[in-house]
Write a protein that binds this ligand. Structure first.
Ligand code: SAH
Length: 242
């Protein structure tokens, strides 16, 4: 291998509630989605996590495995600009990049060692289930927190915050689902409030199309009515083997 060629192997994989790309928040910490990183079997030395509890947040570096073979373009459509205007790939957090590497700051919850090896629980993930993780680093506020940082797009494309309406039959089903996934109701509300529809649909305050979201092993349908997200149905995801 030449000096300009690198090979990176995942140190593990993360399990998250997001079974498909649709409706995953655009960045970490926009929803309190929990994730568990399972380190590779041969990386089973707890010394690797020594002192980790001293950091409230961690950087995750990962591979956009589901889109990595789809290529990239120098300019990409920016969802925050309504999806029509473009930005340079390096001026964007697009998944389609020359190297399909992603990074997210997440909350550090806890780590443990069990029969399957070492695992690390985090919160605030924007990652697809089974995403390969290539590194974990502590978030160090003294250097990583930039007080005067600006993002001039922020005023254009604020993340929508829509009201989420749950039909009474959906509420009942959510209460049952909560026994298995205690955070399911809040997660669903967080994810839907951001209006997961493609950016060009955001201006439509009434949208009769039923959009489908997969969270954990559930399949959820919603429509948009008078500017509110209305959850129409909630049931087991037939594609899920869980
Ligand atoms: N915080 C990261 C990711 C931003 S893009 C970064 O800035 O690098 C976030 C989007 O990545 C999500 O909305 C989801 O659609 C997509 N995504 C998450 N995990 C992925 C994966 N493993 N493969 C492809 N796309 C993924």
């Amino acid at each position: 291998m030449s000096a300009n060629q690198f090979s990176v192997s995942p140190i593990g994989h993360i399990k998250t509630p997001f079974k498909q790309k649709f409706a995953i928040p655009r960045q970490p910490n926009l929803a309190k989605a929990k994730g568990t990183i399972y380190l590779r079997e041969d990386l089973n030395d707890p010394d690797m996590f020594k002192g980790l509890e001293g950091f409230t947040h961690l950087w995750l570096l990962f591979v956009f495995h589901q889109t990595k073979d789809k290529g990239w373009k120098p300019a990409v459509k920016a969802p925050r600009l309504g999806g029509n205007q473009t930005m340079g790939v390096f001026a964007s957090r697009s998944t389609h990049r020359p190297n399909a590497i992603g990074m997210s700051v997440v909350k550090n919850l806890s780590w443990q060692q069990d029969d399957s090896g070492l695992l690390l629980n985090v919160e605030g993930v924007d990652l697809l289930d089974d995403t390969p993780i290539v590194d974990i680093k502590p978030y160090v506020p003294y250097a990583d927190r930039v007080a005067d940082a600006e993002d001039n797009l922020a005023s254009y494309g604020a993340i929508p915050q829509r009201e989420v309406l749950l039909e009474s039959h959906v509420k009942e089903l959510l209460n049952i689902a909560r026994k298995k996934h205690p955070d399911i109701k809040q997660l669903l509300i967080d994810v839907l409030a951001q209006d997961p529809r493609p950016a060009y649909r955001h201006k439509h305050e009434n949208d009769d199309k039923t959009y489908r979201v997969a969270l954990y092993d559930y399949d959820i349908g919603f429509k948009v009515e008078n500017g509110s997200i209305k959850v129409m149905d909630f049931g087991p995801d037939k594609r899920s083997s869980v």
